[in-house]
Design a protein around this ligand. Structure first.
Ligand SMILES: [Zn+2]
Ligand SMILES: [Zn+2]
Length: 258
């Protein structure tokens, strides 16, 4: 991942509060389009310079070629209001490495997140590296709201499950049951991605049930109840379970006894 500085100098005499409001709307649109990775809007400023430090998936994530019509319009309005051009400067490479998919052919996509994820929740089924959202067809004119809304929900629910003490049982059910509210939301996102790309899109289900090795080897898809153990696990062994009917994948349980 990469860190960029996005800034604009506001000319003297211009309404600064309005400039900040337009600037934050622009950053929000970059987020909705997958070009910046964090939802938080911590802008700062001094002497009329408004600045935001953005984390991005790729070195060129903020290249104008990825801007949608809404972002182009917001940049135009902001520059007109401020009397200056928007400046985007690469500050450096982040210490956290997230590989981006470069496959020409993708067998399928996987929708997956966890409590700490900030990168795109869409992974390539061939290499299991990340696909930046702006490289997928947009869901609507603002970009990828449905995917990001699911990711935010998943992060919140998984945080409850990881931290414990409050809502842990409910949260575990939400991420494990293929028909929970969270799973229904995520599986609808998968269907929409599949419709837009014609690439099969699978949903990751958490598996933390108390079980044995024998039971895991005989496990069935929790939605359609057909056997779903693969002879060749996916992603270097991470996902041994996959159901093509229900578009679900999963891991062996983290809670195997005996
Ligand atoms: Zn790939
Ligand atoms: Zn199934």
């Amino acid at each position: 991942m990469f860190t960029h500085q996005i800034s604009i100098q506001v000319k003297q005499g211009v309404d600064l509060a309005e400039a900040v409001s337009q600037f934050t709307s622009l950053i929000g649109s970059y987020y909705q389009n997958g070009q910046v990775l964090h939802k938080q809007l911590n802008t700062y400023g001094e002497d009329g310079l408004i600045t935001y430090v953005a984390e991005t998936q790729e070195e060129d994530s903020l290249n104008a070629k990825y801007n949608n019509e809404l972002i182009k319009m917001r940049i135009g309005l902001l520059e007109e209001h401020c009397g200056n051009k928007l400046e985007i400067k690469l500050l450096g490479k982040s210490h956290e490495e997230v590989a981006v998919c470069n496959c020409n052919q993708r067998d399928f996509y996987l929708l997956i997140a966890d409590h700490s994820s900030v990168d795109s929740p869409v992974k390539c089924g061939a290499c299991f590296d990340v696909i930046p959202l702006y490289k997928l067809p947009p869901h609507n004119e603002s970009g990828y709201y449905e995917i990001l809304a699911w990711e935010q929900n998943y992060k919140g629910v998984d945080t409850l499950q990881i931290n414990g003490h409050a809502g842990e049982e409910w949260a575990t059910e939400q991420i494990s049951n293929p028909n929970s509210e969270l799973s229904i939301q995520g599986r609808a996102v998968c269907s929409a991605i599949e419709q837009n790309t014609s690439v099969k899109t699978y949903y990751y289900l958490h598996n933390g049930k108390e079980t044995t090795v024998e039971e895991e080897l005989d496990a069935v898809c929790p939605a359609c109840k057909t056997p779903w153990l693969l002879s060749q696990p996916l992603a270097g062994g991470i996902f041994p379970f996959k159901c093509d009917n229900c578009r679900l994948v999963s891991t062996f349980s983290s809670n195997i006894k005996g």
